[in-house]
Design a protein around this ligand. Structure first.
Ligand code: PLP
Length: 419
């Protein structure tokens, strides 16, 4: 089964914006003996608002190496993500992005308290207050949306903040192709007396390399995953202004979780260092150039792009309302047809969709293919395959032909170290 998955990854195009290939160093850390160790607690103590790094805050013994490791991961997280490591705090223990977001709400809200988040139908994440998620079931989540141009409606957010007096505003998205104005959102939150949380899971690599505005110092808290654009292990990370650190730590452990996954923390420390390199900065720039090239190519071929463009790593196609014979039944069906051709993408809702299982959109992203070294020329080639796989979606022979062509190209771009 493991070999079969490696072969699948080596021979198909990973265009899901939240996926990537981690380095062999990251993968070896995940398999290291840190996986055997329990380390409940933290490798420091909070005393009068200061982290005392000399004191051991673990519940179990045998922590010499876990303490050194977690301190290193925190130090690197602060260096990578904050403008001033002395003024911020990092918690590297969240098991993934969803627990990180839940921990933030648990830290500052009581059940029933109000917060604002972007609606799932408009590109927000489940944990930003969707009713089927704990965040929507336990708190009073008020959703904001996008305007008719598929842009964040900052005026509406300000209105909602005035009307509902939320304790917290979450910004950030899962399927938003445009830049986010953190400064403006910071002003809105301040005016409302709310904390601003920026969930940068999708764009973290762009923020730390200057290819997207940075959420700090406008946000009070930043959450991210480390396995998407950051190319690390599957995990979550919370960064916050230092004075919020004790509440965040308390909410993660013991509030929400037990022992941290120390093998994952080891892999995070490696991914943070990798992301500090000049090579990573170039990589992030190429992600954006690749997304722009793919978006323009598909648009020229008649695909309808939500927002009309991309300013980050992803594009959202409305494949039901596209032109030039590219309109398809729905994103669910088309994503299965594309898979037959070796194009791996995910269906996505677009505003106005009534059936979430059969949405009108497909979401595409460039982080993974850029890791493999693909550039603008390959994006145009991928665009051509997408057009053919859409026009020929009913034609098994055409899809099989595309699958073979993609597998041949992937032989040039899938170095063994990744999969
Ligand atoms: N936040 C955003 C914006 C996301 O897109 C995602 C996942 O796609 C998450 C949080 C949750 O991450 P995880 O799947 O690791 O729980």
């Amino acid at each position: 089964m493991m070999d079969a998955e490696s072969i699948r990854q080596k021979s198909t195009l990973a265009l899901i914006p939240s996926e990537n290939y981690s380095s062999m160093a990251v993968r070896l850390a995940l398999a290291s003996s840190f996986t055997n160790k329990y380390a409940e607690g933290y490798p420091y103590f909070w005393e009068n608002g200061e982290r005392s790094m000399q004191k051991n805050g673990r519940y179990y013994r045998g922590q010499a190496n876990t303490n050194a490791l977690e301190r290193l991961a925190i130090e690197r997280a602060l260096k990578l993500f904050t403008p001033n490591p002395q003024a911020y705090h990092a918690n590297v223990q969240p098991l993934s992005g969803s627990p990180a977001n839940l921990a933030v709400l648990h830290a500052f809200l009581k059940p029933g308290d109000t917060f604002l988040g972007l609606s799932l139908d408009y590109g927000g994440h489940l944990t930003h207050g969707h009713h089927v998620n704990m965040t929507g079931a336990s708190y009073r989540a008020v959703s904001y949306r996008l305007n008719v141009d598929y842009e964040l409606d900052y005026d509406e957010i300000r209105e909602l903040a005035r009307l509902h007096s939320p304790k917290l505003i979450i910004c950030g998205a899962t399927a938003y192709p445009l830049q986010i104005d953190f400064q403006r959102l910071g002003e809105i939150a301040k005016e409302a007396g709310a904390l601003l949380v920026a969930d940068i899971a999708h764009i973290c690599g762009l923020c730390v390399t200057g290819h997207h505005p940075h959420p700090f110092p406008h946000a009070d808290i930043v959450t991210t995953t480390t396995h998407k654009m950051l190319r690390g292990p599957r995990a979550g990370l919370i960064l916050c202004k230092k004075e919020l650190g004790p509440a965040i730590d308390q909410a993660v452990f013991p509030g929400l979780q037990g022992g941290p996954h120390m093998n994952t923390v080891a892999a995070m420390a490696i991914a943070f260092r990798e992301a500090m390199s000049g090579e990573y900065k170039q990589y992030a720039g190429q992600i954006v150039r690749n997304a722009k090239t793919l978006a323009e190519h598909l648009q020229a071929e008649g695909f309808r792009l939500m927002g009309g463009r991309t300013e980050n790593h992803l594009l959202l196609l409305d494949i039901v309302h596209s032109d030039n014979g590219l309109a398809a039944k729905d994103g669910h069906w088309l994503s299965f047809r594309w898979e037959r051709a070796g194009i791996i993408a995910n269906k996505n809702a677009v505003p106005g969709d009534k059936k979430p299982w059969y949405p009108s959109g497909i979401r595409l992203g460039t982080p993974a293919v850029t890791t493999l070294g693909m550039k603008e020329a390959e994006m145009r080639q991928i665009g051509d395959w997408i057009v053919r796989a859409t026009q020929g979606a009913d034609n098994d022979a055409e899809l099989e032909q595309i699958r073979k062509e993609i597998a041949t190209m992937m032989e040039r771009f899938a170095p063994g170290q990744f999969v």
